[in-house]
Design a protein around this ligand. Structure first.
Ligand code: PAN
Ligand code: ZN
Length: 197
C-alpha cells in the first residue's frame, strides 16, 4: 500500500453507484476464489472453480483521509454475483484489531446480508437493499454476502487506525453460512463449528 499522505484541506471523492468505481482512489484490491479458499464450505467446488479460471469474488477500492490531527478511510466494495457450490459469494470478514473501533456500511446497489458476530458469540444479521445503512459496533466481526443477481456494492467508513484481524474468521468462520436452496437464500449452521447448531 502507498504511504498515506497528510492533507488538512477538505476533500471530496466521486462514486459511481452502478459500478463501485470512485475517484480518486489510492488502491484497488481484488479477491478471487483462491484468496478465500478456506472460507467456503464446499472444498470440491472451490478446487473446480480455481481450475476453471479462479473467478473474482469481490473488489475493494480504498481511499484514506489523513489530516495532521485525524484519520478516516473510505472503502467501496463490490461483490460480484455467484456461488461456490451452493454458498453465495461473500467477503472474508474480519474483526477490527482495535476493539474500540466501529464502522458504518452503506449499501448502494444489490441485495444480500451483513453478518455480524461478537467474540462472545452474539450473531446478528442485517438484510440489505440499496439505501440500507448499518452501524457495526466495535467488537463485532463483519462479513457481507451477495444473494442477489447483480453486484452488491457498499461504502464503508472507518478509522484508518482500526486495522483488520482475519485470523479468527480463517480459523472458525461465522456462526452461519448462507446457501441457496430452491432458489432462496437460507442460513445453515457453519459445518466448521460442530456445536453452532
Ligand atoms: C471494509 C472491508 C471490505 C472487504 O472496507 O475491508 O469490505 O472485506 P474484507 O476486509 O473482510 O475482505 C471494512 O470492513 N473495513 O474495515
Ligand atoms: Zn471493517
Amino acid at each position: 500500500m502507498k504511504p498515506v499522505e497528510i492533507n488538512d484541506l477538505p476533500t471530496s471523492v466521486w462514486l459511481d453507484i452502478n459500478t463501485g468505481v470512485f475517484e480518486p482512489c489510492v488502491e484497488i484490491s481484488r479477491r478471487k476464489v483462491s484468496d478465500l479458499a478456506m472460507m467456503f464450505a464446499d472444498q470440491e467446488a472451490v478446487q473446480q472453480l480455481i481450475a476453471q479460471g479462479d473467478p473474482v469474488v469481490y473488489d475493494i477500492r480504498y481511499h484514506p483521509f489523513q489530516t495532521s490531527t485525524s484519520d478516516m478511510a473510505l472503502g467501496v466494495s463490490t461483490i460480484y454475483p455467484g456461488k461456490v457450490g451452493d454458498e453465495y459469494h461473500m467477503t472474508k470478514g474480519h474483526f477490527h484489531v482495535r476493539m474500540d473501533q466501529p464502522e458504518i456500511y452503506f449499501c448502494v446497489r444489490g441485495t444480500g446480508f451483513l453478518l455480524m458476530e461478537s467474540k462472545e458469540g452474539d450473531f446478528q444479521v442485517a438484510e440489505w437493499r440499496p439505501g440500507t445503512i448499518t452501524h457495526i459496533p466495535p467488537q463485532y466481526a463483519h462479513r457481507v454476502v451477495n444473494t442477489g443477481p447483480e453486484p452488491l456494492i457498499w461504502v464503508a467508513s472507518y478509522h484508518l487506525a482500526a486495522g483488520h484481524d482475519y485470523e479468527p474468521i480463517i480459523a472458525r468462520g461465522f456462526a452461519k453460512i448462507v446457501v441457496e436452496k430452491d432458489g432462496q437464500p437460507v442460513f445453515l449452521p457453519n459445518p466448521r463449528r460442530p456445536n453452532s447448531g
